[in-house]
Every structure is written in C-alpha cells, then in structure tokens.
Design a protein around this ligand. Structure first.
Ligand code: SF4
Length: 287
C-alpha cells in the first residue's frame, strides 16, 4: 500500500524545515564553492590592459606612435570601480596581469591596483622598467610581482629594438624593485632575430637569481631546431615558456607574454580566457 504524506503532517513539516534550514543552504554553498574552485582551476588569471600608450619605440610595435595621445588612455576602469561594476565587466580571478603599452603610464594605476588588492587579488605588472623611479612609487605597495621586458641583454641590440639606450636603466629598476622587496621576473620575447641572445639573457637571469619568462609566437615561424632549443627550457628551473597563438596585429606587441588584453569587451574576453587556458595546459604538459 503506497505511503502518503499529508501536507499538514508533522513528518512533512519536519522535512520542509530540515530542507530549508540545512540542506538548501548546504547545497547552495557547495555549488558556490565548487563553481569558484572550478573557475580558479581553469582560469586562475586574467589579463587587463591598463594603457594603450608606451614610452619606448620598439620597431615592430604600433602602440608607441600613440604616446601622449590622451584619447588612448583608458579612464573607464576608474568609473567601473567607482560604480561598483568592475566585476560585472571583468571576471573575478586569483591573479590579474596588468599590461600596456606601458602600464605605469596610466596615472590611475595605483588606484586600480589598490582596488584589486582590496579584493584579495594577486597583481602582476608587465613593464618595460624605463620610467623614472617616482613613476613606480605610488603603485608599489599594491604590486605583488613585476615582469620586466628584456628583449636583449646586449646594450646595442636593446637600443636597436626599443629605440632607447636603456639596458643599464632597466637593470637599475630591477635593483630598485628588489630593494623594495618586490618579486621580479625577466621577460624575453623570442623573435627570429633575437633567439641568439637567449643564452645570454638566461645567464643574466641566473646570475641575478631571477625567474625568466620566455615567450614566443607561433606566427614567428621559428624552425624546428630553434623550437626544440626553446622547449628545452620547459625543464629548466625558474624558467617559464609561454606560447602565444596570436591571430591579430596585436601580435607585434611583445612586451607582455599573455596573448590578449582583456579590455576589449565581448567575445575577445572569452578568447583571452581560452588562449590562456590552452597555454596553461601546454605548459603543464610541456607541449
Ligand atoms: S612592444 Fe611593448 S615596450 Fe615596445 S613599444 Fe610596444 S608596448 Fe612599448
């Protein structure tokens, strides 16, 4: 004979009470935690472009031509933070990579970083390290890591690539950041004509006990011998190899290793997440 439960019965009321007081909140917490865990696992970081201008003149880069042009700054990040809408536009991630152009040319950088830190987000700034020290000071307390663009360890070559006789100044900035207890990594973008400097850049990083990020684009058409040489660094301590799969003219901006700036809204944000995830999987398995 089937068991029927009356709506007004004590058993039914107890069931509803247990359900609303314990099971529903438990399931909702479980859902929230696993969703956050899953999202942290798949997408631990996000790349946010905070400046579209630059103080250098890298031969292959279109951005510097816009240096000083105010319409290329990005004031709307401030607005988003003030209107409490930042995370409606950008995803909440454990780490934010802040890139440019040159991020420190955004005069609101300290404010943006302070906001991210107040949200317990790790901040990593990709910089060419060629601004006066006081350009960094306001932002320093809110920076966890800096990644310094080092396209060559040879002064003349550095000058040729960036249009600035600045290698010594970069190394001074490295020391300045380290003196301020900031984590510093060097970043070497590999191009056909710069691959020869990789051993020297590695040696420099090794001597200074700094992590090295090597970055190359699949569009660079490096031959298989060069690729296997670069891939050996997958197994070298303190070295990270990023592979970009850039498909737009942004590929010519080599001072950051993550493929897509996040500020372009819409589907490009998802493309950013997609490529970062693919690169993470490749790095994880040494592909
Ligand atoms: S590649 Fe980077 S450092 Fe060089 S000019 Fe472009 S934005 Fe500046």
């Amino acid at each position: 004979m089937p068991i029927t439960i009356q709506k007004n019965s004590i058993a039914f009321k107890s069931f509803i009470s247990v359900q609303t007081r314990f099971i529903a909140p438990f399931l909702s917490d479980l859902y929230r935690t696993s969703k956050q865990w899953f999202s942290d696992f798949l997408f631990p970081s996000y790349t946010l472009q905070v400046s579209k201008t630059c103080n250098l003149r890298c031969a292959f880069c279109p951005l510097w031509k816009k240096y000083g042009d105010e319409e290329h700054t990005l004031p709307k990040l401030n607005d988003l933070i003030q209107k409490n809408s930042f995370f409606k536009v950008f995803p909440r991630r454990k780490t934010y990579n802040l890139i440019g152009g040159e991020p420190f040319l955004n005069t609101d950088l300290a404010y943006i970083l302070a906001f991210l830190k107040s949200e317990y987000i790790k901040t990593r700034v990709w910089t060419n390290a060629l601004l006066p020290f006081d350009a960094y000071e306001k932002a320093l307390p809110y920076i966890d890591e800096t990644v310094i663009y080092l396209p060559s360890s040879d002064s003349n070559e550095f000058n040729l690539i960036t249009g600035e006789n600045g290698l010594d100044k970069v190394m001074e900035t490295v020391d300045f950041l380290m003196d301020n207890k900031k984590k510093v990594a060097l970043h070497f973008p590999v191009r056909l004509d710069s691959i020869g400097y990789l051993p020297l850049v590695y040696e420099l990083a090794y001597k200074k006990k700094l992590p090295l990020v090597i970055h190359y684009s699949e569009k660079e058409n490096l031959n298989s011998e060069t690729l296997s040489y670069i891939h050996r660094f997958f197994h070298v301590q303190n070295v990270t190899v990023y592979i970009s799969n850039e498909v737009t003219k942004k590929s010519s901006i080599l001072c950051h290793a993550l493929p897509y700036p996040g500020l372009d809204e819409g589907w490009q944000m998802y493309r950013n997440l997609f490529y970062e995830t693919v690169n993470r999987i490749r790095r994880r398995f040494g592909l």
